[in-house]
Design a protein around this ligand. Structure first.
Ligand SMILES: NC(=O)c1ccc[n+]([C@@H]2O[C@H](COP(=O)([O-])OP(=O)(O)OC[C@H]3O[C@@H](n4cnc5c(N)ncnc54)[C@H](OP(=O)(O)O)[C@@H]3O)[C@@H](O)[C@H]2O)c1
Length: 820
């Protein structure tokens, strides 16, 4: 038995993996190494569905001039705010509320729900703003019952890129929100017929293709087709020895090990462009010594990129290749996504590619490679903007290639890369593999696939790694489905499935994923009430999809109890029976006896189960503190070693102890103590780094101010900047940083009351909840955020709860902080 097999069986035994998931992983392990599967995005001719499509509601985000709307259609144009006029409507197309008002007006005006919205994107709009209006529309649609379908229409100059962005967006919105029906249409030059009919028909296709194009050759839909690996004798012709490569984003997760391979195997020199200061590029790049020059700059700024080229020319000579790695991902549900976040995601990819292109047009390039992502087609719920950015930049690259620009233009879209900065939590990797067959690509394979990709014939390649059969299946399902896979009612031949069987299966799943004894999972208890937060619900969705097939990402939000969810599944999905599903779908499948013989840990011991096992190690990665007589941990430690007594007489800047002190027996209004442990500088605080107005800081509880400072130092000690923490926690899903504070005894409010009696009308701002919440706010942390007051045990209780939360997966990175 290999270590990997043993590990999988252990996970099944302790209930961390379902038998079905375990079996899948065992099969994979048994079938040798995972393999690469390559796809090339392509167009497939597909006639429009027969029959008249409903008349659209036409909304122009920009100019109306290019295509006159049909005479009978309700029309809306972009304006500062919503207004209904005699000629139609005006709305702020970038504002969700404005859209919501329009949707209300359409409902009130009797426009049938199946009449689609056609949103005509504004030609000439800056590329990073392409999702502003679609995002606002989608958020408004998603917030309602009885959704209207919508087509995002791109016409005119830059239409292909914009439509590609819309296509990626539409496809992943559907993955997230199964009842929303969105499609993208590119109306290219030479297209004939009615653009409005085409826009309605884009939504009428049962197969649910997300991206449709009309041009002089007719109608086509975007597909992925599998292609063979290019036959390349390695090391391959991609990089001439002694060449000079300009790498944007090369100091991130992937960049350094790619750089090492390039320098060692190809003898090239590198100029790396990134935002971080030069002293933060990290050891892996620095270890390459003279072969690498780092330039701090923003790839979306033409001046910065030009500076990098000048530096490359001066230091190494002409640039012979460009690798555009710079990118950001800020994954999150569309319902919560902000336009600024989508702009960053689009901007770095698209504006960055253009800036790199413009700055290197006069360089003797062999290759211009855009690092895209398989997420463009195979992404997860929450990646709608990232998919849009990657699809659009690939389209841009196709145009660059067909314009004959210097060098081989290539876009390579890998699935998850091991060691990349854009990563996901281990549990999500497992869920991803179970759902899609995709497993992390080993870093060692990255350079090889890069070289093959440059040498091969395809301008745009999607490279998946894992279980080929399941990847193929998932890719086919993804590219040709938005609504079709989720029928509104289940056409089962044998009548509705038995909801009690579904109920029992769901109960077992919830118990396993929540780490609960099944007896504690009541049918009518809200998932939130039994501790399933959004991350656990996502895992539940992945597990349920294993058994029941594709599900809306919001299924357990819309049906928040086992009873409701079981009814939904039984009534609306054509459930495969355990026999139909085959062994890998059956919870009682033929997992080796050793894996299932014994009752799971969850069944044996609820306490253990709730702890998720008990063998999950937790690392303390940063510490800070302030103590009486010690400004930090080091001083405190020295004090302990030296046996220093930090109890002192009450300092004069606190209060005049002489006014209260009387030696001997206690007397009313007097005290017989004049000693204590006191922190220094409690009146000092620099509020601006914490985004606090100086006036507010003046009345804040010093306890809270000190806690902010100490938390900051603890994060610094752990090596995190606020931006890095946000980036990494977003990759772990839902910004899952938890903040747990133990705090007790605050008398600051009484100080405020005292001041009032003296005529000083100040509000002494002191609330225990604020201790945790302010830190969460500061870090943009969306995990649990709570202050615990259990008197002397507060800090220990906070630490305990933080560990519990980590083990349950509620918080990917809790920062437990104790303050007493
Ligand atoms: N990781 C994966 O699994 C994976 C899979 C498929 C494709 N990819 C693609 O591969 C590329 C690299 O991924 P990664 O995992 O290495 O990502 P990463 O660790 O997040 O690194 C991204 C890099 O981009 C830089 N960057 C971001 N915005 C920039 C800007 N405006 N100007 C200059 N540099 C900027 C960052 O620089 P600073 O940190 O200095 O700000 C960082 O070094 C990305 O384009 C991604 O889409 C990654």
């Amino acid at each position: 038995m290999t270590d990997q097999t043993r590990h999988i069986l252990d996970e099944v035994r302790r209930g961390a993996l379902s038998p079905a998931e375990g079996l899948r992983l065992l099969r994979d392990a048994g079938h040798g190494a995972p393999a690469l599967v390559r796809f090339a995005p392509d167009w497939q001719v597909r006639p429009a569905p027969a029959g008249a499509a409903p008349a659209p509601v036409v909304v122009f985000a920009g100019s109306v001039a290019e295509h006159a709307p049909p005479a009978e259609a309700p029309v809306a144009t972009h304006a500062d705010r919503f207004a209904a006029t005699r000629w139609g409507y005006r709305l702020d197309t970038k504002d969700r509320d404005s859209w919501a008002t329009l949707l209300d007006a359409l409902d009130a005006g009797g426009v049938p729900k199946d009449h689609p919205i056609v949103l005509v994107g504004a030609p000439g709009e800056a590329a990073d703003r392409w999702l502003d209006a679609p995002l606002a529309l989608t958020r408004a649609l998603g917030a309602r019952r009885g959704h209207r379908p919508a087509t995002l229409l791109a016409t005119g100059g830059g239409g292909a890129e914009r439509a590609a962005a819309y296509g990626g967006f539409a496809q992943l919105v559907a993955a997230e929100h199964a009842e929303l029906r969105l499609a993208a249409l590119h109306w290219a030059s030479g297209a004939t017929g009615s653009v409005w009919d085409a826009a309605s028909a884009a939504l009428a296709d049962d197969a649910g293709f997300a991206e449709v194009r009309h041009d002089s050759a007719g109608r086509a839909v975007r597909i992925l087709h599998e292609v063979a690996a290019p036959v390349v004798a390695l090391p391959g012709p991609a990089f001439a020895p002694g060449g000079v490569l300009l790498i944007s984003g090369g100091a991130g997760g992937i960049g350094p090990f790619l750089a090492r391979g390039l320098v060692r195997e190809y003898g090239v020199r590198l100029v790396v462009l990134g935002r971080r200061p030069a002293d933060q590029v990290g050891e892996r790049l620095a270890a390459l010594g003279d072969a690498v020059e780092y330039v701090a700059g923003d790839v979306t700024e033409q001046g910065d990129v030009a500076r990098a080229v000048v530096r490359a020319n001066a230091r190494f000579g002409p640039v012979t290749g460009v690798l555009h790695l710079a990118g950001v991902n800020e994954d999150g549900p569309v319902a919560e996504k902000r336009a600024e976040s989508a702009r960053r995601v689009l901007g770095v990819k698209l504006l960055g590619a253009r800036a790199l292109d413009a700055a290197t047009r006069d360089q003797p390039l062999d290759a211009f490679v855009v690092f895209s992502s398989a997420a463009a087609y195979l992404g997860r719920a929450g990646q709608a903007d990232y998919a849009a950015a990657n699809r659009a930049v690939a389209e841009w690259a196709r145009e660059r290639a067909s314009a004959g620009a210097p060098g081989r233009t290539r876009t390579l879209g890998w699935s998850l890369v091991d060691g990349g900065g854009m990563t996901v939590a281990e549990a999500d990797r497992r869920a991803l593999f179970a759902r899609t067959g995709l497993a992390p690509l080993p870093g060692s394979a990255l350079l090889r696939t890069l070289v093959e990709g440059i040498a091969g014939d395809h301008v745009d390649l999607v490279v998946g790694h894992g279980d080929p059969g399941r990847i193929r299946h998932f890719a086919a399902e993804r590219t040709a489905r938005t609504a079709g896979a989720y029928p509104a009612s289940a056409p089962t031949s044998s009548g509705p499935p038995d909801s009690s069987a579904v109920h029992a299966e769901l109960t077992a799943m919830v118990a396993r994923i929540g780490g609960l004894a099944p007896s504690r999972v009541g049918p009518d208890l809200d998932f939130a009430a039994i501790g399933l937060d959004s991350i656990l619900l996502r895992r539940l969705t992945a597990a349920a999809e294993e058994r029941f097939g594709p599900l809306p990402a919001t299924v357990f939000f819309d049906h928040p109890t086992i009873g409701a969810a079981a009814r939904f599944l039984a009534a609306r999905l054509p459930l495969p029976s355990a026999d139909d599903a085959g062994p890998e779908h059956s919870p009682a499948a033929a997992v080796p006896a050793s894996a299932v013989d014994r009752p799971s840990a969850a069944a044996q011991s609820p306490g253990m189960a709730e702890n998720g096992g008990g063998d999950t190690a937790i690392a303390v990665i940063g510490m800070a503190g302030r103590y009486p007589g010690a400004a930090d941990l080091a001083e405190f430690w020295t004090g302990l070693l030296n046996g220093r007594d930090s109890v002192t007489e009450i300092p004069a800047d606190r209060w005049r102890h002489e006014d209260y002190y009387t030696a001997g027996d206690p007397r009313p209004g007097r005290t017989y103590a004049r000693w204590g442990g006191f922190l220094t500088d409690v009146d000092r605080f620099d509020p601006l780094p914490f985004h606090i107005a100086p006036r507010d800081a003046e009345t804040m509880d010093p306890q809270e101010r000190i806690l902010l400072e100490v938390t900051w130092h603890a994060l610094e000690d752990a090596g995190y900047s606020r931006a890095e923490l946000r980036r990494r926690s977003a990759a772990d899903g839902e910004n899952a940083i938890g903040v747990f504070i133990g705090a007790s005894t605050g008398d600051y409010r009484t100080r405020g009351a005292q001041e009032w009696t003296r005529g000083n009308r100040v509000i002494a701002d002191s609330s225990l909840w604020s201790l945790a919440n302010r830190i969460s706010f500061l870090l943009d942390a969306h995990g649990p955020s709570l202050t615990i007051d259990t008197a002397c045990s507060a800090s220990l209780t906070a630490l305990h709860l933080a560990c519990e939360s980590l083990r349950r997966g509620n918080a990917a990175r809790p920062s437990p902080v104790a303050s007493t």
